[in-house]
Design a protein. Structure first.
Ligand code: ZN
Length: 199
């Protein structure tokens, strides 16, 4: 009995070791795409086809209608071809751009910020504020339906990642130290966004 238990444990131990090795190889591959110290957000619902409800906006910021539309799902290779290396690493692998390095942290023009991956409307310039962080910061999304929040434990401290509802792009994080009226700070990566100037 004791021997057979040992035997079984030995086998499951080897299986676990093999699985761990396979994960380590996959992890090393992902790691090579990333900066040290940053881990991907939980990929659970990412790239899974389905329908989502989003609010559509015209380029001059008018709210058009709420619609159920198919999610935008593409392969790694397709995203890599479409996006710059920085935008690919950030939106598809939850990387973070270096603060004060992006093109929008200091932009004050009136306009709309769309998703760099799928054109979903995400933020408007009238909710943008000076956070001093070097990342474009907003106190609200353009419509709550258009972004999805997700718990992110990748740095060992709980944070809330913000993703595009339509294509699952990683956009940044939201913190509870923003200005009125919401008290929220949507801390975004410039590389995840595409600015459309109004007027
Ligand atoms: Zn998107």
């Amino acid at each position: 009995m004791f021997d057979s238990d040992l035997d079984r444990d030995g086998k499951s131990g080897r299986r676990a070791f093999l699985l761990t090795s396979a994960s380590a190889v996959a992890g090393a591959f992902l790691w090579s795409l990333r900066k040290p110290g940053v881990l991907a957000a939980a990929p659970a619902a990412h790239g899974v086809p389905g329908e989502v409800a989003i609010v559509e906006f015209s380029d001059d910021g008018k709210r058009l209608k709420k619609e159920r539309v198919p999610k935008v799902v593409k392969s790694e290779a397709e995203w890599q071809q479409q996006l710059s290396p920085a935008a690919f690493a950030i939106t598809r692998h939850a990387d973070t751009e270096i603060s004060f390095s992006g093109q929008y942290w200091n932009l004050h023009d009136k306009g709309l910020y769309r998703c760099i991956c799928c054109d979903n409307a995400l933020f408007k310039s009238d909710t943008k504020f000076e956070s001093g962080t070097g990342w474009p910061s907003f106190w609200a999304p353009i419509a709550r339906e258009n972004v999805r929040e997700e718990r992110d434990l990748s740095l060992g401290v709980p944070r809330t990642a913000v993703n595009c509802t339509l294509c699952d792009a990683h956009l940044g994080h939201v913190f509870e130290d923003g200005p009125p009226p919401t008290g929220l700070r949507y801390c975004m990566n410039s590389a995840s966004l595409k600015f459309v100037k109004m007027g």
